[in-house]
Design a protein around this ligand. Structure first.
Ligand SMILES: *[C@@H]1O[C@H](CO)[C@@H](O)[C@H](O)[C@H]1NC(C)=O
Ligand SMILES: *[C@@H]1O[C@H](CO)[C@@H](O)[C@H](O)[C@H]1NC(C)=O
Ligand SMILES: *[C@@H]1O[C@H](CO)[C@@H](O)[C@H](O)[C@H]1NC(C)=O
Ligand SMILES: *[C@@H]1O[C@H](CO)[C@@H](O)[C@H](O)[C@H]1NC(C)=O
Ligand SMILES: *[C@@H]1O[C@H](CO)[C@@H](O)[C@H](O)[C@H]1NC(C)=O
Ligand SMILES: *[C@@H]1O[C@H](CO)[C@@H](O)[C@H](O)[C@H]1NC(C)=O
Length: 442
């Protein structure tokens, strides 16, 4: 018993000790601001590392409230942007049973003209020096994002991603005039925010910095071969597609028989991806051979060889049939063409191109499909109660076949579609019951 009592005494003693050493600190107890003032921060920190909460005159504050709660290495802050007179009041930071209060007075801008700012709070405004919003670095080197703050009294500089995300990777270090990024990769190409806080007033200024990490052209797809096989038949065409990632963007050059190809290619850029498509019309067999795509920027060159070989034009599909229809949909079945001995398996169909139009229209719409095991090629978003003309062609690695003769199919009226949907619902219901039954047995 004696031992137990002394144990409890020790526990209490240590709890009291913990309580007396743990305290919360506020960066400011009183602030006087005007509605003209820029944004500012008030920071609260528990030296025991316990989490703190903030509440204001209108209740508990959070990441989406006004002011907004921000977490940073130096504490948990409330961030005011565009203060109004009604924001005046007591803001309390609590941790456990402890709390500290900051009293904020916001004056209308007319009040603060002249000598209103309190003594000792003389402001030297914060400015960013030599801090460009667009900065570049070369991949796999160490890069310093420059952000140099002048003015104020020992301003505190913090960094975050534009979306508010914390920068936590150990490869980032905050240094005197910026953010050092060790061994930068293209994945670090993002927008960063450099935020400077004036310690005495809590005033904040921030600067967005977009980092572009430059790298030599590299292939788009994980599976990449230096030599890609391509096929075409006389009378058809070949589209050779060269796709790379590069920063700064790559320029493309095509070579054929060691000569630069002057025309017939088309370059596009989408985000970081650049694409060049060389279109070759197969007038005769002299067009076969090796074509070289070279993608180049100041950091390097990537080369890809296309070996263009004689292929076989696929035959058109055997037939087109209607598998089902609705008021806005025709589900087609396509009869695979008969493959004769003349066609090597490398030239078997990979898909189909379907062209369709309302009977009265002049222009075909078209849609490409991959070959479907289920033999289902649906045309969607059609007009109800309308006759459609439909034709199809076979696609293989060498190109496209002639089209089939035109087939005519009609979409349903809205009423019949509704009726058949009800039928479908019954079928589905019946299936669910069967599944439910077997489910219960298992
Ligand atoms: C703010 O707190 C002070 C004491 O710290 C108190 O005198 C004052 O009434 C409070 N103001 C409001 C609006 O609650
Ligand atoms: C920074 O880059 C953006 C586009 O990325 C451009 O609109 C802006 O003018 C650039 N700013 C400077 C200062 O170069
Ligand atoms: C930089 O990072 C790349 C991949 O992220 C790695 O392969 C390379 O070894 C690193 N270089 C240095 C100097 O750490
Ligand atoms: C960039 O990120 C992607 C996906 O997260 C990853 O697969 C790739 O290896 C990264 N690249 C570098 C150079 O770190
Ligand atoms: C080649 O590209 C052109 C233009 O994008 C396109 O019209 C044509 O159908 C393509 N040819 C083949 C065989 O894919
Ligand atoms: C297409 O129609 C023509 C004449 O109407 C016919 O001779 C030919 O056999 C048809 N072709 C197919 C693939 O059905």
């Amino acid at each position: 018993m004696k031992y137990e009592i002394s144990w409890i005494a020790i526990l209490f003693a240590s709890l009291l000790a913990a309580k007396s050493t743990s305290a919360i600190y506020l960066s400011h107890a009183n602030l006087i601001k005007s509605t003209d003032d820029s944004s500012f921060l008030v920071t609260c920190r528990d030296d025991g590392g316990r989490p703190v909460t903030w509440s204001g005159p209108r209740g508990l504050l959070g990441a989406k409230s006004h002011p907004r709660v921000d977490m940073a290495s130096y504490g948990t802050s409330i961030f005011f942007q565009h203060v109004a007179v009604k924001d005046s009041g007591n803001y309390t930071c609590s941790s456990g049973s402890e709390q500290k209060t900051m009293h904020l007075t916001v004056k209308g801008n007319l009040d603060t003209s002249g000598t209103q700012s309190p003594k000792g709070q003389l402001k030297t405004p914060l400015t960013f020096m030599d801090t460009s919003p667009n900065q570049t670095g070369i991949e796999f080197t160490d890069v310093t994002l420059r952000c140099e703050v002048k003015g104020g009294d020992k301003p505190i500089v913090t960094w975050s991603y534009e979306n508010g995300g914390k920068i936590s990777d150990p490869k980032f270090t905050i240094i005197g005039d910026g953010l050092l990024i060790k061994n930068v990769t293209r994945n670090d190409s993002r927008t960063y925010i450099c935020k400077a806080m004036q310690t005495s007033t809590g005033d904040i200024m921030e600067q967005k910095i977009q980092l572009k990490v430059e790298h030599k052209p590299s292939f788009r797809h994980k599976i990449w071969v230096k030599t890609e096989e391509a096929w075409a038949f006389i009378g058809g065409e070949a589209n050779l597609t060269c796709e790379v990632y590069a920063e700064p963007p790559a320029t493309f050059q095509w070579l054929w028989k060691k000569q630069t190809v002057q025309e017939g290619f088309h370059n596009t850029q989408e985000g970081h991806i650049q694409k060049s498509v060389l279109q070759i019309f197969m007038k005769d067999s002299s067009r076969y051979g090796n074509y070289v795509c070279m993608a180049k920027n100041k950091l390097g060159t990537l080369e890809k060889i296309f070996s263009l070989q004689p292929g076989v034009q696929p035959p058109p599909p055997e037939y087109i049939e209607l598998r089902g229809e609705n008021s806005d949909l025709l589900d087609l079945g396509i009869g695979e063409p008969k493959i004769t001995d003349k066609i090597p398996s490398a030239m078997s169909p990979t898909g189909y191109r379907v062209q369709y139009r309302p009977h009265s229209d002049d222009y075909w719409k078209e849609k490409d499909y991959e070959r479907s095991e289920a033999n289902s090629y649906p045309l969607l978003n059609l007009k109800h109660d309308t006759d459609y003309e439909v034709r199809a062609a076979t696609i293989n690695k060498a190109g496209i076949s002639d089209y089939t003769n035109i087939s005519n199919f009609r979409t349903l009226t809205l009423q019949t579609a509704a009726a058949s949907t009800t039928f479908l619902t019954h079928v589905i219901a019946a299936f669910s019951i069967i599944f439910f039954f077997f489910g219960a047995l298992w």
